[in-house]
Design a protein around this ligand. Structure first.
Ligand SMILES: *Cc1c(COP(=O)(O)O)cnc(C)c1O
Length: 452
């Protein structure tokens, strides 16, 4: 009881203007807190949309008591929604039993999580997992593995795609296409080239000189607006990297952990693709034709801990696993007991709760409802990873951005814009059909108020 009182006191102190009084808590308004935010937090995020104080499932509440249906899920992170009882109790009981220990030690949860991820990824013998704390850090680890390979092979080039997003740390940023993110920082990691998206001819051309060390791909580009790579492109990228001894790195930070309706998006790539779609001529068809896209390296984060920070680099097979030797990489926090317990509980809840089936059925249902909205031009749906293009609206230059504000302020709906006319939805994977209905109704109303 004493500790609960202390925890409640901490919360009310945070809410109060000057102290921990109840009057202070009652007086806490969103705008006063945002003023304090401006005075105390680094301005890289601009002004936050609201001050949130509580969440449950697909719903969150702000400090003024307004309720929102949350179709953003902390940007594809809250796989099981807010305050999931299993995740909550596993994190708190793990912390109460054994919290942080450093990587000079290990714990049963860390080992069990690595084994579980390798099993779900159907990784071959010799595969292994490195735990980090975020998507950027998982990609940093992958990039360091590629740099090791680049040094060993003297192949100078590293490839990524136009529209890519791999993170904000300087290594991951080197692989991120958007000039506005990269250019303020001048020189980053050298030798990175961006290929045009889904362009098979450019892909063939990039491998002509056998000088590529690694290729970073998102199977579906999330920040770019939920844009899928064609199966034929992914299969050909696998073939070319394999035959040129380049590492294929799949960034599944956003698409992994059930988001698109399978454990990892690359597992959905269909075999038996018509080879004439892939190769220029019959003569060029290699003898060994892969019908799956098994990467050398795969990065994970976002949904893995259902909100608890954790990232992972999965190395497929012994060669990828041994690119970095003992002492060549590390982390203080990565893979600690509470983080790995949260991730183990997330995987368990997805597996035992029929969540992947739910992602597919509710995702398809929500997409149908979205397609019926008059202002919607196109819906790209992969499980509960959904991009929505809006029709042009004469009165609005960036209708998606206006809609984000309108939906939140007027209709109790949290959504996200990835561009001027594109929305991204990434709700919890256990979203119900009723919640999907309500979300579609609220978005329909918000679109109406946008055009009226
Ligand atoms: C979010 C994201 C990242 C970066 O993850 P952080 O946890 O923000 O560092 C990298 N790659 C993809 C595809 C992402 O969606």
């Amino acid at each position: 009881m004493m500790t609960e009182q202390a925890a409640a006191q901490l919360t009310s102190t945070a809410l109060a203007h000057t102290g921990g009084s109840e009057a202070g808590q009652a007086a806490a308004s969103g705008s006063a807190l945002l003023d304090r935010y401006q005075g105390s937090l680094t301005g890289v995020f601009g002004t936050p949309q609201a001050v949130l104080v509580r969440g449950s499932g697909a719903r969150v509440w702000d400090v003024e008591g307004n309720e929102y249906l949350d179709l953003l899920g902390g940007i594809a992170v809250n796989a099981l929604g807010h305050a999931h009882p299993l995740i909550t109790s596993v994190i708190s009981s793990q912390q109460a039993t054994l919290g942080h220990i450093s990587n000079l030690f290990t714990s049963p949860t860390q080992i069990a999580l690595a084994e579980k991820l390798l099993a779900l990824a159907e990784a071959p013998a010799g595969s292994s997992v490195f735990f980090a704390n975020s998507g950027s850090e998982a990609n940093e680890a992958a990039l360091k593995a590629v740099l090791r390979h680049r040094k060993d092979t003297a192949k100078p080039r590293i490839l990524a795609l136009e529209g890519s997003f791999h993170g904000r740390t300087s290594g991951a940023l080197s692989l991120t296409h958007k000039p506005a993110y990269r250019e303020p920082f001048g020189e980053l990691i050298g030798g990175v080239e961006f290929l045009p998206f889904n362009d098979l001819a450019a892909l063939e051309g990039a491998f002509e000189n056998d000088d590529v060390a690694g290729f970073f791909l998102e199977p579906i580009q999330g920040e770019a607006g939920v844009l899928p790579l064609d199966d034929a492109y992914l299969l050909r990228a696998r073939e070319l990297t394999q035959s040129c001894d380049a590492l294929l790195v799949l960034d599944e930070v956003q698409t992994g952990i059930g988001r698109t309706g399978e454990w990892f998006r690359h597992q959905a790539v269909a075999g038996g693709v018509d080879r004439r779609d892939v190769a220029h001529t019959e003569a060029e068809v290699p003898a060994r034709v892969p019908d799956t896209v098994v990467p050398d390296l795969m990065t994970l984060a976002k949904g893995l801990g259902s909100g608890f920070p954790i990232g992972a680099l999965v190395s497929f097979g012994e060669r990828a696993s041994t690119l970095m030797g003992a002492g060549q990489h590390g982390t203080t926090f990565g893979g600690n007991p509470p983080a790995t317990a949260a991730a183990l509980a997330t995987l368990h809840a997805i597996e035992s709760g029929g969540v992947l089936e739910n992602v597919n059925t509710v995702g398809a249902y929500l997409a149908d409802r979205l397609r019926a909205i008059p202002e919607v031009a196109e819906v790209r749906q992969f499980g509960l990873h959904i991009g929505v293009d809006l029709k042009p609206i004469p009165s609005a230059e960036a209708p998606a951005k206006d809609l984000v504000t309108l939906a939140r302020e007027g209709h109790g709906l949290i959504i996200n814009a990835t561009g001027g006319s594109t929305l991204r939805l990434a709700p919890p994977l256990n979203l119900t059909a009723e919640e999907a209905d309500q979300a579609a109704e609220r978005l329909t109303a918000a679109c109406q108020s946008l055009t009226s």
